[in-house]
Unconditional design. Structure first.
Length: 276
């Protein structure tokens, strides 16, 4: 309860939560408000927003409803962001937990693997994975998660290094608890708060990475994606700039909302801030 109170004391965190709930509501209501295929032709191409009551946000180059693509694209962005974040955090926790708990050669091997992944920029490695394994929605989501795990792994390792010699861990060893019991039952619950907070950063980056892929026409073209819509609007950017601007604002708002929620969680869960 105290953490919840601390969270709602921050106006920025509350604003971020409201924005995120709006995006989630858009994703949930997309099928009800726009039951047709969002990629189906709906009207005359390149209608400006508010020029036709049937298309409040206008139409794109092919005559598809931009509002329908924005609502359905919210579902795609949240799906990719959420699943990719779960993959990255899971891999990061496993690698970081074993590296921090055992140390020695285990730590050296796992950290060298982590550094190997960090040698290449995330987006460049993502391009390689998509080029090799394809650009379906499933492949893109998994690839985004795979390139995003090194930072959570390092954070988890740092937490385990600071906790593995604490009194409660030593007491567990004295009681004969096995390593896995100590990792999962004693250390991990205490190491999770900063990792959970960092998950918001991973999710924001995941949404941006998928949007960048879609902008380059390397994401799944068969789904209504904000990035796909931005890429489509690139051809008419000088005249019908709204085609790219509207999904760009949607991405900006979503990433901002996730970042503000993450900052609010940090303020609520950070043990150093609890003492203030």
């Amino acid at each position: 309860m105290d953490a919840i109170k601390r969270y709602f004391r921050s106006p920025a965190a509350v604003a971020g939560l409201i924005l995120l709930l709006v995006v989630i509501a858009m994703a949930i209501s997309a099928s009800f408000l726009y039951p047709r295929d969002p990629l189906a032709l709906a009207g005359r191409p390149l209608l400006w927003p508010f020029s036709n009551p049937h298309f409040p946000l206008g139409t794109d180059n092919s005559g598809r409803d931009i509002a329908a693509q924005i609502f359905h694209g919210a579902r795609i962005s949240l799906l990719i962001g959420g699943v990719a974040t779960a993959i990255a955090i899971l891999i990061g926790i496993v690698v970081g937990a074993f590296a921090g708990f055992y140390g020695g050669w285990v730590d050296n091997v796992l950290m060298r693997i982590t550094e190997a992944f960090q040698t290449l920029p995330n987006f460049l490695l993502l391009l390689v994975l998509v080029a090799v394994f394809g650009s379906t929605l499933t492949t893109v989501t998994i690839a985004v998660g795979v390139v995003s795990w090194p930072a959570p792994a390092r954070l988890t390792r740092a937490e385990f290094l600071s906790l593995r010699n604490r009194e409660f861990v030593q007491a567990g060893r004295t009681l004969g608890m096995k390593d896995l019991q100590l990792i999962l039952g004693e250390i991990l619950p205490n190491a999770l708060p900063p990792v959970i907070v960092y998950a918001s950063v991973v999710m924001a980056v995941a949404i941006l990475l998928e949007s960048a892929l879609a902008f380059l026409h390397l994401s799944d073209p068969n789904v209504a994606s904000w990035g796909n819509l931005i890429g489509l609007g690139r051809d008419v950017l000088r005249v019908q700039w709204y085609v790219s601007a509207i999904p760009g604002v949607a991405i900006l708002v979503t990433v901002l909302a996730v970042s503000l929620v993450g900052q609010g969680l940090n303020d609520a869960l950070n043990p150093r801030l609890k003492r203030r």
